[in-house]
Ligand binder design. Structure first.
Ligand code: NIG
Length: 381
């Protein structure tokens, strides 16, 4: 079944050769993009959809979320807005609620959030375990996530559970827990921060995960300067996420490494942290991605458009840099060359804006601009 998308006002392909096209059309065939080119030369298709002059771009790739959870932390958010600092210990509140939830409850909440994201143009979601913190609960989270999203990350090293011995828990997270979860995930992550896991503990979990064949991601430099970025670069992690508090040495390390700096501006705003130094990173030559970090504690939003608008309006990224950071670069960080661009062979993940150009993403912040979405060639909005 092939679909011709025509009437495209501006087609942002995120493909280096194709660039931004006007007067173009797109053919979706099954789950793939089959053809991109001038509308007048489009091949015959089974059906056609006229998007009446609207802008089209690849679906958002949200490469950092924590969606397997139960419970609510409105009270913590309210206290924070009244001046309380964000502390990693809030994670334990969600751990308790998540352990108490049934599989069906966790699955329903995850589906609700994935659907909410898709309705706003997100066609690929990475999500993490990390609110279970026992072998059984981490395994349960990984299994549920693997049924619902494209990419799953093991985050057994999210917090030392209250009452547990830090070194014993680290040994578990790097040992039996990891071994149980590894067959269900492609990635492993560690929260390397004061109050969570120190450098030695983080290195232990990440090295063990690498030995299991998992790709590495790191939560680093969220609440203050620390070893997270340095460790991520040293171990060849695909991404180091947060990067809110960076030293010049961290910026240099990211600029000369393949590790993507994934920035989470919605989290920084919700936790009253400074926004990360996106301009400095880009000017130094680092690869920058943007993600929502959707979770019930530090960043309860599924809106990639909000992150893109914030990156442009408050972090001095250009619209094109922000779109790249929300499509192609996170796809790269997830080792998914089929995502984040619209060229023949790519997955047919298409986002039609209710606007004539991509610039409206920042020009009209807070406005719901998603008109239509295809994921794997199926229209989901
Ligand atoms: O990325 N930093 C660690 N983990 C999450 C927070 C999760 C929570 O507060 O529940 C984050 O911000």
């Amino acid at each position: 079944m092939s679909t011709l998308v025509t009437g495209i006002g501006e087609l942002t392909t995120q493909d280096d050769d194709l660039g931004v096209l006007r007067g173009a059309a797109l053919v979706l065939d099954g789950e793939r993009v089959a053809w991109v080119g001038p509308a007048a030369q489009a091949p015959p298709c089974d059906t056609a959809v006229d998007v009446e002059g609207r802008a089209v771009l690849p679906g958002w790739v949200d490469s950092h979320t924590h969606l397997v959870f139960a419970g609510d932390r409105t009270a913590e958010f309210t206290a924070r807005m009244a001046g309380e600092p964000y502390a990693a210990g809030g994670i334990a509140v969600t751990v308790e609620a998540t352990r108490a939830a049934t599989d069906d409850e966790l699955r329903a909440n995850l589906r609700r959030l994935v659907a909410e994201a898709a309705a706003q143009g997100t066609t690929c979601v990475e999500t993490k375990t990390g609110y279970g913190l026992t072998t059984e609960d981490e395994l349960r989270a990984a299994r549920i996530a693997a049924q619902e999203v494209d990419e799953v990350t093991y985050l057994g090293a999210h917090l030392v559970p209250p009452g547990a011995d830090p070194d014993e828990y680290t040994a578990l997270a790097a040992g039996d827990m990891l071994a149980a979860v590894a067959p269900h995930v492609r990635w492993a992550d560690v929260f390397c921060e004061v109050g969570a896991f120190d450098e030695a503990q983080s290195r232990r979990v990440l090295s063990a995960a690498r030995a299991h064949g998992l790709g590495l991601r790191v939560h680093g430099n969220q609440l203050g300067p620390g070893p997270g970025v340095r460790l991520a670069v040293e171990l060849g992690a695909a991404s180091v996420d947060h990067c809110t508090h960076l030293t010049p040495a961290d910026v240099d390390a990211l600029a000369s490494a393949g590790t993507v700096a994934t920035l989470l501006p919605a989290c920084d705003l919700s936790t009253r942290q400074p926004l990360p130094p996106a301009r400095t990173l880009l000017d130094a030559g680092a690869r920058v991605a943007l993600a929502t970090n959707c979770n019930p504690g530090s960043s309860y939003t599924t809106s990639m458009a909000y992150c893109v608008a914030t990156a442009v309006l408050q972090m001095r990224m250009t619209v094109d840099e922000a779109i790249r950071a929300a499509t192609t670069t996170p796809a790269h960080s997830l080792a998914r060359p089929d995502l984040g661009h619209l060229a023949p062979g790519a997955r047919a993940d298409v986002h039609v804006l209710d606007a004539p150009s991509r610039t409206h993403l920042a020009y009209r912040p807070g406005t719901p601009l998603t008109h239509a979405v295809w994921r794997k060639g199926t229209r989901v909005r």
